[in-house]
Design a protein around this ligand. Structure first.
Ligand code: SAM
Length: 278
């Protein structure tokens, strides 16, 4: 019978956040797959544990998975940990979970801290619906396309960012999203933990004078709901036709008009398709 893969959340700064279940699981498994074995060794030494470690990080994840899967299939239990927080969340793990699922290996989560959830909870912004974006692409088309998409996203946005890229990201967010409320959640669970609830423009002005230090999660207010009660479906369809006359695909035209008017995208798409087919 196969063993199990345990996805073990580890502290994002404060070792007291190690739960009894985390410690028991790490003590019980036969091996631990770790993003950085040096970081995990420190955690294990804090728990006074000695376990075989397998390196599993972004650039060796395929070869490493080829070593991990046979061991699980042979009946060993393994844990996957990242340097901090939940594995597979802006950290390696997603592919290993998929591989286990495809091969009938049970995956068990051992929940631990997760920076995005801690930041969202502390942000003071709406938490009921949110969109987690991880890290924005550093540059190029992917970055601009994603920022453009976020412009009209009504859900609260959550982003990870490194301190040396914070000013560039705040500048781009301000440019694309306009001046919105933002909570900059820094060094969560650590000595210098801080939640700065402000606006994108004020945050930018602040960090231009006070170089950002530590780890950040940005929680940003979503776009205002744009549904204008005066905008009829007919108005929306006319707008789609205008975009179409500019050479924009029907799918994209429907997406834009939906974002601009709050009208349902599928309805705009299907009705416009019907008109174009006539
Ligand atoms: N898997 C992790 C999790 O569950 O949160 C995220 C790993 S991701 C590679 C690292 C990013 O998470 C950092 O760049 C930062 O944006 C955020 N982060 C991690 N620890 C944090 C902390 N203590 N305070 C604020 N942000 C943190």
């Amino acid at each position: 019978m196969s063993g199990k893969l345990f996805l073990v959340g580890t502290p994002i700064g404060n070792l007291s956040d190690i739960s009894p279940r985390t410690a028991e699981t790490l003590a019980m498994v036969d091996f631990i797959a770790a993003e950085d074995t040096r970081v995990t060794r420190k955690l294990l030494s804090h728990l006074d544990l000695h376990k075989p470690l397998i390196s599993y990080y972004e650039h060796n994840r395929r070869e490493s998975a080829e070593r991990i899967l046979p061991r699980l299939l042979a009946g060993e239990n393994g844990a996957l940990v990242s340097d901090a927080g939940m594995p597979a969340i802006s950290d390696p793990g997603e592919e290993l979970v998929k591989l286990c699922a495809e091969n009938g290996v049970e995956v068990i989560t051992i929940p631990g801290p997760c920076a995005l959830i801690c930041a969202l909870a502390a942000s003071g912004l709406p938490t009921q619906r949110f969109a987690f974006e991880g890290f924005l692409a550093v540059s190029g088309r992917n970055r601009w396309a994603r920022l453009d998409e976020l412009r009209t996203e009504p859900r609260t946005l959550v982003l990870y960012e490194a301190p040396h890229k914070l000013i560039k990201t705040l500048t781009d967010l301000l440019k694309y999203l306009g001046d919105r409320d933002v909570a900059l959640c820094r060094e969560l669970t650590k000595v210098h933990e801080e939640v700065r609830r402000t606006t994108l423009s004020a945050a930018l002005a602040y960090y231009e004078h006070e170089p950002p230090r530590g780890e950040f999660v940005l929680v940003i207010r979503g776009a205002p709901e744009t549904q204008d009660p005066e905008t009829t479906l007919e108005d929306g369809l006319e707008l789609v036709a205008v975009y179409r006359s500019e050479g924009i695909s029907l799918r994209e035209a429907a997406r834009r008009v939906a974002a601009e008017t709050g009208l349902p995208k599928n309805l705009l798409y299907s009705q416009s398709l019907g008109r174009e087919d006539r």
